[in-house]
Design a protein around this ligand. Structure first.
Ligand code: NCD
Length: 289
């Protein structure tokens, strides 16, 4: 099956992916994808998504090829669609990241191989959302109320868009508030305007300003650099002891590096979970229709 948005998955399917994730952490399964090839087709920069997919596929015994746009025939004027049609001939699974939100939706109907959305513009990033939720389930009972604060570029952050979709469809335990950067809010959201009441939240989900989605981000940038939006150890000291801080990474200035020492900081653990969750996603998408 393809994975384009978290809305493609039912709660049962998510729970199956989580059970597989647990198993892949405990035992070696180095033959499950033997003979299969994944192609990382990234038309935008990536560190974690591409390399964790590569690690995941290799741990399952599969092969990985990585498309690098900067040394490809795109330099000779080849279109994105022709490039992908070519890559499809070499691979069983395509992980696609593309700056244009609509490109994936159009390409999906033409693609003859399994396709996984690795981030489409300011649209969605379903595999990140699944690993984010998995990380939340490691700390909280999802049958009880969980209060989440999304901080940052609410409007353009595809990780927020996918995670909020997933939380709403997964069950009714999640209460979501937003603390948006200036010019990064949406109508209708439950917005707050400072970290004053940060002690109310179980999960604080930070994001960077998506500079690449702005014509001019400099004005917003200078406002973020004022202390109001930056998570420092002094802000974290007001958080509940058992709350957690997540961030899809990369971070810019929104989390002071000294916060890494705080017990609430779980973003590198979240990154690590990404490998096992993506192993489960690869196995599931390849084997189930
Ligand atoms: C995110 C992305 O690419 O959307 N990164 C990631 O995949 N972990 C977040 C971001 O770039 O800000």
């Amino acid at each position: 099956m393809n994975l384009i948005t978290p809305a493609d998955l039912t709660t049962d399917q998510i729970n199956t992916i989580f059970s597989l994730t647990e198993r892949f952490q405990m035992e070696e399964f180095s033959k499950l994808m033997e003979g299969r090839t994944l192609c990382n087709c990234f038309f935008e920069p990536s560190t974690r998504t591409s390399l964790s997919f590569e690690t995941a596929m290799k741990k399952l015994g599969g092969n990985v090829i990585n498309f690098n746009k900067d040394v490809s025939s795109q330099k000779k004027g080849e279109s994105d669609t022709d490039t992908l049609k070519t890559l499809e001939q070499y691979a069983d699974i395509i992980v696609l990241r593309h700056p244009n939100k609509e490109f994936l939706y159009n390409y999906q109907s033409k693609c003859e191989k399994i396709i996984i959305n690795g981030g489409n513009g300011d649209g969605e990033h379903p595999t990140q959302a699944i690993l984010d939720l998995y990380t939340i389930t490691k700390y909280f009972d999802t049958n009880k109320q969980i209060k989440i604060l999304f901080v940052g570029d609410i409007k353009h952050s595809r990780t927020i868009h996918s995670l909020e979709t997933l939380l709403k469809s997964y069950n009714e335990s999640f209460i979501i508030d937003y603390y948006p950067y200036p010019n990064c809010s949406r109508d209708g959201d439950n917005n707050i305007d400072s970290f004053e009441e940060i002690n109310k939240y179980d999960v604080v989900y930070m994001t960077r300003l998506q500079k690449e989605r702005f014509e001019s981000y400099r004005k917003v940038q200078s406002t973020i650099e004022s202390d109001n939006y930056i998570l420092t150890p002094s802000v974290v000291s007001k958080m509940k002891e058992d709350s957690i801080i997540l961030h899809p990474l990369p971070r810019n200035e929104e989390i002071d590096p000294s916060v890494d020492e705080c017990k609430q900081a779980k973003y590198f653990e979240q990154t690590k979970n990404g490998v096992y969750v993506r192993m489960a996603i690869l196995y599931y998408c390849y084997n189930f229709i």
